[in-house]
Design a protein around this ligand. Structure first.
Ligand SMILES: [Zn+2]
Ligand SMILES: [Zn+2]
Length: 398
């Protein structure tokens, strides 16, 4: 029997787990109910299961009996929801206030558990070991980094030779179509947090004060000039100041001004350069006004970079297993960010998107991930689980 048949045979079970997780979504690093459901789904399988300390992660190792000294492959599924109030009106809709699986991580978790079941029944075909990485806190909490520091990359006793992650999309891709590209697949994202320090006073006598507002305005505009003058247009960066606050009324010069910007970049090199250049620009413009500024980058996710060979391999597996027409290449990287980037900084691998918009909707106009109206279709679950399993089987046989 083909792996796709194995997956089809447990499609209802995978969907059941997905619905149970969807109905009780949890946000952040602490997902006790989700962790319990994953542990229950893995119960009885021949896995070495461990759980996290700083977060409710689950790491499971399956050792093949085909070649016990073979290499290791890591498969990752993230498990966390978003602080969104669900509007989509599904039978298995969220029962938790202000929490929703609006990014489809419930599907990832269920597909990965399905792959663990499929591969457990095929241990004799596995030429090495598989690490299943069930990860909390993808949405801004850096859960992958915590799991790496707690040893997920060494869970099977040696570093994985390759790592793969799937991510569903509720729009933009047709249902059941996979998409990836070699090289950069997602942006680096970080927050630039700036406070310009002056000295308050009467609005009628600015020369007795040190006004932070004009300096802050200069900085905001200079950041836009920096983007256009210092970066290759084919390796772009984006800086958007999304929050800017100073003062309380018209005739009082405030002591300080504060702004937050999101900074996106698409290569490790331009990321380093934009970080250095932005900090220098903030400090030096403040100094030119006789002021000081504190500036730092927070909430950083690195660039998600697919290995050339592993990305091509993933495309080949999609085509071999599911047929021609089930992969479209991703023309440009996506401007979102992913903490699977931390895994790919250390292990060659591929991050692969999977279209999951529901039947009867147009991928071009369907609500996208993170929307309160986003809907992800169960029809992709079996193929997603099969692909996870085939990536491991074929990579360990390579
Ligand atoms: Zn997301
Ligand atoms: Zn996501």
């Amino acid at each position: 029997m083909a792996v796709t048949d194995d997956a089809a045979a447990i499609a209802d079970e995978i969907a059941g787990l997905r619905h149970a997780i969807h109905a009780e979504p949890e946000v952040g690093l602490d997902l006790p109910l989700t962790q319990q459901k994953v542990l229950a789904a893995l119960d009885g399988l021949p896995l070495e299961v461990s759980t996290g300390t700083a977060l409710t992660s689950v790491t499971a190792v399956l050792r093949g009996t085909g070649n016990s000294g073979g290499p290791v492959v890591l498969l990752r599924g993230d498990m966390d929801a978003l602080p969104v109030t669900e509007r989509a009106g599904l039978d298995y809709a969220s029962t938790h206030d202000r929490a929703m699986h609006a990014c489809g991580h419930d599907l990832h978790t269920a597909m990965l558990a399905g792959a663990a079941r499929i591969l457990s029944a095929r241990r004799q075909d596995l030429g090495g070991s598989v690490v299943f990485m069930f990860q909390p806190g993808e949405e801004g909490y850096g859960g992958a980094r915590y799991m790496i520091s707690e040893g997920v990359l060494d869970a099977a006793g040696e570093r994985p030779a390759a790592a793969y992650a799937l991510h569903v999309a509720s729009a933009q891709l047709p249902t059941g179509v996979f998409s990836t590209r070699p090289g950069t697949v997602m942006a680096a994202a970080e927050v630039l947090d700036v406070t310009v320090h002056g000295h308050g006073g009467h609005g009628s006598q600015p020369h007795h004060a040190a006004d932070p507002i004009p300096a802050t305005c200069d900085i905001v505009l200079a950041l836009q000039a920096l983007v256009t003058r210092k970066f290759d247009i084919f390796d772009p960066v984006v800086i958007t100041v999304g929050s800017l606050h100073a003062g309380t009324t018209d005739n009082v010069i405030p002591d300080s001004a504060h702004f937050l910007a999101t900074v996106r970049s698409f290569s490790p090199e331009s990321r380093e350069r934009v970080r250095d250049a932005a900090l220098r620009l903030v400090r030096d413009i403040a100094a030119a006004h006789g002021l000081t500024a504190t500036a730092e980058f927070t909430n950083s996710y690195p660039v998600t970079v697919n290995d050339q060979t592993e990305a091509q391999f993933a495309v080949q597996v999609v085509t071999d297993v599911l047929g021609e027409g089930r992969h479209v290449s991703l023309r440009n990287p996506m401007a979102g960010a992913e903490d699977f980037s931390y895994v790919l900084e250390q292990v060659p691998g591929a991050f692969v998107m999977l279209g999951a918009c529901p039947p009867g909707t147009d991928p071009a106009t369907a609500p996208f991930n993170h929307s309160a109206d986003a809907v992800f279709d169960d029809a992709v679950l079996a193929d997603g689980a099969a692909l996870y399993a085939e990536l491991a089987l074929r990579r360990l046989a390579r």
